[in-house]
Design a binder for this molecule. Structure first.
Ligand code: FAD
Length: 431
C-alpha cells in the first residue's frame, strides 16, 4: 500500500507543532509521509521576536533547525517559499532559490500532496498608511527582528561616543508586541553599560508607543491595560494614546493633528492580516484580509483534503466571533487537527470540531514585571495576575510550545539545556 503524503506549509507555532506530533505518531511508523515546507531553515517561536529584536534571543543559539528536528521527529523538511497551489492537480508551486551572490540554486519547483495544510501565519497590516512600508520595520518575521537588532546596535555605538545625542524609537501599536518591545528596550539600555557602551543610560532613550485606541492593549480587559500603562509610565515609555498615525516619514510619525513624533528607528506593530501569497490561491476562499476561510474542522471551505490553521485562517467560532491570531489558538488548532488525523488513520475516531479555549492573556514587561489574566471556571471567571506569578505563567506558554515540538520530558530537558547555555554566554547578542 502506498503511503499518503501530507504537506504542511509553514513551520511556525501551528505548523511545526502539527508536523512534530504527527511525525512522532504516524511518520515514524511510516503510516503517513509528512513533509514540512518553510522559507526559513530555522524556527524561532514568533512571540519571541521582540527578544530577537533587542538581542536577548539569538537565532544561532536559540533557533531550532528544521532538518535536524525533522529527522528526530518523523517528518521531512523542505526549504522553499510556496507561491501558488493547484488544488485540482494536488500540487504546490515553490519559488526558485538563489545563493547569496544571486546564483540560481534551485529552479521553480512543484510538490504534490494527498493532504495539504496551510500554516502560513500573518503579517503586519499598515492599513495603507503612506510611508509606513518604506520607513518602518514590521516586526512580523525573524529577518525584520534581526534588522531592528542591527539598527539598535549601530545606534548604541553612536550614543556611546557622544555626550548629548538621544535615540528616538517609535512603535506604532500598543498591543502585546508593542508593549513588550517598549519594556524590553529599557532593560537593554540598563544592560549595555556592562559591555563597554559607556555614557548610555535610559536618559538617552526616547521610546514612543503610539496607539490609536483609547487604551493600550486594546484587546485585553481594562484592569490589565491600566496596570501595564502605569508600569510603562514608570519605566519611562512615552505613551501616545488615542493618536492616529496618518503618515510616516524619515523623521518620524505624523499624527492626525499634524504633530511629528520624532523617531530614528520606526517600528510598525499594529494590526495583522494574512500573507500576500494567499492572493495567489485563486481556487481557495480568501477573505479581504488575505485569510483562508475554514470550517470548524479546519477544512478549507469547499475544497477536498486541504486544511489551514493558525493566523492565516478565518474560523468563525460563533456568530461574528473569530478565532484570534494568537499562538495559543494556533497550537490548539494544530492539536485538534493532529487528533483528527490520528483518528482517521486508525479508523477509530470521527473528526471532532475545533473548540477554542481561552486560557487568558499574559504580557511580559521584560524584567520589570508581567501582567495578565487567567481564565478560571464559569463561577470564578478571570484571575488578574502580576509579577512573578504572571512571569511564570508567561514562560509556561513557551514550555507548552516546546512540549508540542519535543514531547513533555524532552521539552523539559531542552529547556534546561538552553538555560545552562545562557549561563555561559553574553546576556545580549552583541553583533
Ligand atoms: C512579537 C510578537 C509577540 C507575540 N506574543 C504573543 C503572545 O504572548 N501570546 C500569543 O498567544 N501570541 C503572541 N503572538 C502571536 C503569535 O506569535 C502568532 O499568533 C502565532 O505565531 C501564529 O502561529 P502560526 O503557526 O499561524 O504562524 P507563525 O508562527 O507566524 O508561522 C508561520 C510560518 O510560515 C512560514 N511561511 C510563511 N509564508 C510562507 C510561504 N509562502 N512559504 C513557506 N513558508 C512560509 C514562516 O516562515 C513561518 O515559519 C505574538 C506575535 C509577535 C510578532
Amino acid at each position: 500500500m502506498t503511503v499518503k503524503r501530507m504537506v504542511i506549509v509553514g513551520g511556525g507555532a501551528g505548523g511545526l507543532a502539527l508536523a512534530s506530533k504527527l511525525g512522532r505518531k504516524l511518520g515514524k511508523r511510516k503510516k503517513l509521509d509528512i513533509c514540512l515546507i518553510d522559507k526559513s531553515p530555522i524556527h524561532i517561536w514568533k512571540p519571541k521576536l521582540h527578544e530577537v529584536a533587542v538581542g536577548a534571543v539569538d537565532r544561532s543559539l536559540d533557533g531550532l533547525l528544521y532538518r535536524d528536528h525533522g529527522l528526530k521527529n518523523g517528518y521531512r523538511f523542505m526549504r522553499g517559499e510556496v507561491t501558488g497551489c493547484d488544488v485540482e492537480a494536488n500540487k504546490l508551486q515553490l519559488a526558485p532559490v538563489f545563493a547569496e551572490d544571486g546564483e540560481l540554486l534551485l529552479a521553480e519547483r512543484e510538490v504534490s500532496y494527498d493532504y495539504l495544510v496551510f500554516a502560513l501565519g500573518s503579517v503586519s497590516n499598515t492599513f495603507g498608511t503612506p510611508g509606513a512600508l518604506d520607513n518602518c520595520i514590521l516586526l512580523d518575521n525573524l529577518h525584520n527582528a534581526e534588522l531592528f537588532h542591527q539598527k539598535l546596535l549601530d545606534a548604541l555605538l553612536q550614543l556611546s561616543e557622544s555626550e548629548d545625542k538621544k535615540l528616538g524609537i517609535g512603535i506604532v501599536g500598543a498591543g502585546a508586541t508593542g508593549v513588550e518591545l517598549a519594556a524590553e528596550l529599557f532593560h537593554v539600555i540598563d544592560t549595555v553599560n556592562e559591555f563597554g557602551y559607556q555614557n548610555v543610560s535610559d536618559g538617552h532613550l526616547d521610546v514612543h508607543l503610539i496607539e490609536a485606541s483609547p487604551k493600550i492593549l486594546p484587546q485585553l480587559p481594562e484592569r490589565i491595560s491600566a496596570r501595564a500603562q502605569s508600569l510603562l509610565d514608570r519605566i519611562g515609555v512615552k505613551l501616545h494614546i488615542g493618536v492616529h498615525v496618518k503618515e510616516v516619514t524619515k523623521e518620524g510619525f505624523i499624527t492626525h493633528d499634524d504633530n511629528l513624533i520624532p523617531s530614528d528607528i520606526k517600528v510598525w506593530a499594529a494590526g495583522v492580516q494574512g500573507p500576500e501569497v494567499c492572493k495567489n490561491f485563486t481556487q481557495l476562499p480568501i477573505t479581504k484580509r488575505n485569510q483562508i476561510q475554514v470550517d470548524e474542522f479546519m477544512r478549507v471551505k469547499d475544497v477536498e483534503n486541504v486544511y489551514a490553521i493558525g493566523d492565516c485562517v478565518e474560523l468563525e467560532l460563533e456568530e461574528g466571533k473569530f478565532a484570534p491570531p494568537r499562538a495559543q489558538a494556533a497550537d490548539q488548532m494544530a492539536h485538534q487537527l493532529y487528533k483528527n488525523f490520528v483518528g482517521k488513520f486508525s479508523g477509530r475516531r470521527a473528526e471532532k470540531a475545533f473548540e477554542y479555549r481561552d486560557y487568558g492573556s499574559l504580557v511580559s514587561l521584560s524584567r520589570f514585571s508581567a501582567v495578565g489574566n487567567l481564565m478560571g471556571n464559569l463561577r470564578s471567571g478571570q484571575f488578574f495576575v502580576e509579577g512573578h506569578v504572571a512571569r511564570l505563567m508567561y514562560m509556561s506558554l513557551y514550555q507548552r510550545h516546546l512540549s508540542s515540538l519535543f514531547g513533555y520530558f524532552s521539552a523539559l530537558i531542552y529547556r534546561m539545556a538552553q538555560k545552562l547555555l545562557r549561563w555561559q554566554r553574553p546576556k545580549l547578542k552583541l553583533h
